[in-house]
Design a protein around this ligand. Sequence first.
Ligand SMILES: NC(=O)C1=CN([C@@H]2O[C@H](COP(=O)(O)OP(=O)(O)OC[C@H]3O[C@@H](n4cnc5c(N)ncnc54)[C@H](O)[C@@H]3O)[C@@H](O)[C@H]2O)[C@@H](O)CC1
Ligand SMILES: Nc1ncnc2c1ncn2[C@@H]1O[C@H](COP(=O)(O)OP(=O)(O)O)[C@@H](O)[C@H]1O
Ligand SMILES: [K+]
Length: 508
Amino acid sequence: MKIFTAAQIREADAYTISNEPISSTSLMERAAGRCAAWIEDRYTPAQPIYIFCGKGNNGGDGLVIALQLLQQGYPVTACLLEYGSRASEDYTIHFRQLHQQYPGRIREIADVTGFPELPPGAVIIDAIFGTGLNKPIEGWLAGIVHKINDVKRQHTIIAVDMPSGLMADGSSRNMPVIHAQYTLSFQFYKLAFLLPENAAFAGQVHVLPIGLHPEYITQTPARYHITDIDMMRTIYQPRQPFAHKGTYGHALLIAGSRGTMGAAVLAARACLRAGAGLLTCHVPQCGYEIMQLGEPAAMCSTDEQPDFNTHFHEQADARYKTIGIGPGLGTSAATARSFEKLLAVYKRPMVIDADALNILSVYPYLLYQLPAGSILTPHPKEFERLFGSTTNDFERLELLSRQAVRLQLYILLKGRYTAIACPDGAVYFNATGNPGMATGGSGDVLTGILTGLLAQDYSPKAAILLGVWLHGYAGDLASAELSQEAMTAGDIINFMGKAFLSCFPPEM
Ligand SMILES: NC(=O)C1=CN([C@@H]2O[C@H](COP(=O)(O)OP(=O)(O)OC[C@H]3O[C@@H](n4cnc5c(N)ncnc54)[C@H](O)[C@@H]3O)[C@@H](O)[C@H]2O)[C@@H](O)CC1
Ligand SMILES: Nc1ncnc2c1ncn2[C@@H]1O[C@H](COP(=O)(O)OP(=O)(O)O)[C@@H](O)[C@H]1O
Ligand SMILES: [K+]
């Protein structure tokens, strides 16, 4: 699914209005009607509802929601914020209707002392600002935002389209923003919802289709995307009936050192569970038995060194469809030298994680020697070591994308919505996964999965989109059965089978 900027969303609205065609008033009624229906599905008409409306079209949505809920018998109070701006046309139209039909339900608020006394259990609807916000909320309006946030533990807060105060496409650091439990976002995700610095604001995001014109959506290029199951179904390749293990590639995994062999075992298991035909793991001598017992289906080559890997470059030859390197590897100078020699001989896209990334941050010239189309999988700290720090998440996203283009690599910045930056400048956010995956070893599992998919001849882009999706999906299945607390990285591997079956049900 594309993620459009606020300006593109305005264009989509305008395109829909002139080409469907539909009046802007009716489009607002359609959009806000979806919100009202969402609320009616979840709350009984006994529920007191307070709708805070700004004077733009987001406020107009609030008025339409008020009208619809009042018609259904909900005790709604429409709190209209009177901050002096001129009201939008569609706001004015719906204000007149509300005023005519339910004058007693309107409460005008002109300063922070007008903030209403909320009855227990009241639901707050935030329709103050949406995508039209063009500067931080200030003055007494900011006071209203703080008042609403002060009662967030006692009352459910539902934001219409966006939490008010949040910028769709830029940083809102240190600005007053509503802390919503739910955001009912029209038609698309906004970029701001996907970045960790905004974690407190949008809550659970529900994207409500409002019938924006499909022609605009397909024809307008977007830089940012969020992955979905339909995209995965175009990528996934079922196995062929006459396949043999050679069909699905031989992967080499270079991982492990004394004390971190578990990372190597997790990556190896995940690589095989992702479907690699054959896997050889290169480990230090101390890891031989651990690996042979930990994953009997993997072959094992041992280093000259007992405790860490120093001679893996001698292993890397054309036999291997791809290489995954990094989990538990260590960062000794001898390991770094072997990595450099490996890069001199091995030219296919590979997966680079953990300590292999840390080696790259110490010897950044090696970044230019990576095979084009290789995949870097940093978490935020590793990213910072590699490419430096930024003052906010939007700048970091820019830096991520710029580096992927400059180096012609795929760079995955891991997190709640892992951001996958492609060499052509596009960025995909992954939608699956949960905080149960914030546990040691989850990243090693991802490296294994990506290596396994590359071995099977998925293109790097396909391997990443599918691999990151399945990793998160398996994590979601694991947490549903085991809880986010009790699940471990190994459980993500154990649920890979169910993830494949549930995303790609075999044809009968
Ligand atoms: N036809 C349409 O355009 C549709 C728009 N919809 C709604 O319209 C919203 C966008 O509406 P608008 O563009 O009117 O924008 P908003 O309702 O977000 O309000 C912005 C208005 O307030 C002013 N403003 C911006 N930041 C301010 C600040 N910090 N302090 C005080 N005033 C500020 C702006 O100049 C603008 O007039 C969407 O988020 C969505 O809720 C929906 O009704 C769907 C259809
Ligand atoms: N809150 C979360 N929501 C979704 N996914 C998460 C969350 N926390 C962690 N993950 C995922 O778990 C993995 C953690 O990777 P990483 O930090 O490298 O772990 P490790 O180094 O312990 O293996 C990443 O793929 C990340 O996207
Ligand atoms: K809002």
